[in-house]
Design a binder for this molecule. Structure first.
Ligand SMILES: Cc1cc2nc3c(=O)[nH]c(=O)nc-3n(C[C@H](O)[C@H](O)[C@H](O)COP(=O)(O)OP(=O)(O)OC[C@H]3O[C@@H](n4cnc5c(N)ncnc54)[C@H](O)[C@@H]3O)c2cc1C
Length: 385
């Protein structure tokens, strides 16, 4: 159940507006400027910022619940704002441990700044443990970044871009926040014509000597696998909030499936399809998947908020949650099309859009291969050299 505090900000009117526009943003391959504007006015960008700093003062479980609701109404808008909330989630988790190095993210988010997530690089399956972007140290403590980031969601509107790169000697990974007004970067949306999640406008970002000043360099971590709290915070916030968005998409697919089963009528029996025993069984299976996902997602979010000491169990738990969220959403979209009949195969039908949108989940880290490595290593130990 969604906490009532969430629904006082994400009001019915706001949510219905998002749902009403979602199809046209998708069709026109347009960025959802109006949605972002409405969410900004509602104060949602500062959801995790303390109330004393102008935010809503929510915790992570509340934001997870809110992102599910947003995704039920406008999946691409939810995924877009998710990237901003992921950095806020990192700042929130660090702050809870007494690390205030990313407090400015919360403060500035409450003031309307939009943070994007410039992490992914083509073919970088080391994800956070290595980078093809060069981070060159300058005498004043700033760094000059050169490299190509792919799928930078929120490209048309971000005002701060969280990026990372590696020092020329290969020793350190450097994390910092680039200001939109800085020179030395460009966004290339010329090939943005995707299967789903089209309104996210996750363009390619080319960094060509973009300078992040010393005060916006937030971490230097030795390259390679590491347990730095920032690395953990990014994995934890990313995997959990991505799981929230796709859980919401699955919930909407199931809702539409149930509506359609209650509406469609069998010529043979004269009954609605909701009375068909086979379809009832399949619907119950879908409900089983959704309720299991709901329990898992809420428990991971609550454990993170509580700072549960799960040690080495954290990574398998986080990737299991994300992996099952994507699998569940895909299975729900699959079932919903089956339950809804050929009408749902029309390109303009909401279910057909949800079916395309869920496929993006496959590409977000940790992808299925990486998740299986994590899970197998946790269970069986690493592969022998
Ligand atoms: C809808 C969506 C939103 C996402 N949002 C974000 C985000 O906000 N932040 C983030 O860090 N990651 C984001 N990702 C990235 C994602 O989570 C994965 O990290 C990424 O898809 C993995 O890519 P790959 O290694 O499979 O890439 P590849 O298949 O190797 O490449 C993926 C894309 O990069 C392009 N590409 C490849 N090489 C180059 C090059 N040299 N120059 C320019 N472009 C090139 C390809 O054309 C293709 O579009 C998003 C992904 C999706 C699908």
């Amino acid at each position: 159940m969604t906490p009532s505090t969430v629904l006082t900000v994400l009001t019915d009117e706001l949510l219905e507006g998002l749902r009403a526009r979602a199809a046209s943003y998708d069709e026109a391959n347009a960025f959802p400027h109006q949605d972002l504007q409405d969410l900004t006015v509602a104060g949602y960008l500062g959801a995790l910022a303390p109330t004393a700093e102008g935010g809503l003062g929510w915790d992570l479980p509340a934001v997870v619940a809110a992102q599910r609701v947003l995704a039920q109404h406008a999946p691409a808008t939810a995924l877009a704002v998710n990237m901003h909330l992921i950095w806020n989630g990192v700042a929130h988790l660090l702050r809870q441990q007494g690390d205030h190095s990313l407090d400015f993210v919360l403060r500035e988010s409450a003031a309307g700044e939009i943070f994007a997530f410039g992490i992914s690089e083509a073919g970088n399956d080391a994800v956070l443990f290595d980078s093809d972007t060069v981070a060159e140290p300058l005498a004043d403590g700033s760094y000059r970044f050169t490299g190509t980031k792919i799928f930078t969601t929120l490209s048309p509107v971000w005002s701060r871009l969280g990026i990372f790169g590696k020092t020329p000697d290969g020793g350190q990974l450097v994390f910092g926040f680039l200001d939109r007004s800085a020179a030395g970067w460009e966004a290339d949306g010329s090939s943005w014509d995707m299967l789903g999640m089209r309104a996210t406008h996750s363009h390619t970002t080319r960094l060509s000597g973009a300078v992040v000043p010393a005060e916006r360099i937030v971490r230097q971590i030795p390259a390679g696998p590491n347990a730095d709290p920032l690395t953990f915070g990014i994995f934890a916030s990313f995997l959990t909030l991505v799981a929230a968005v796709y859980t919401g998409v699955g919930e909407r697919a199931l809702e539409l499936a149930a509506q359609n089963l209650g509406r469609r009528r069998s010529k043979v029996s004269g009954e609605t399809l909701s009375q068909d025993p086979v379809l009832r069984y399949k619907a119950a299976e879908a409900s089983l998947r959704q309720l299991t996902m709901d329990t898992q997602l809420r428990s991971v979010a609550a454990d993170l908020e509580a700072g549960a000491e799960l040690g080495a169990e954290w990574f398998p738990r986080l990737v299991a949650n994300k992996t099952m969220a994507i699998r569940t959403a895909k299975a729900q979209a699959d079932f919903a099309l089956e339950a809804s009949g050929g009408a749902s195969y029309h390109r303009s039908n909401e279910l057909s859009r949800l079916y395309r949108d869920v496929m993006a989940g496959v590409f977000h880290p940790s992808d299925d291969e990486s998740a299986h490595q994590t899970l197998a290593n946790a269970l069986l130990g690493p592969v022998r050299e």
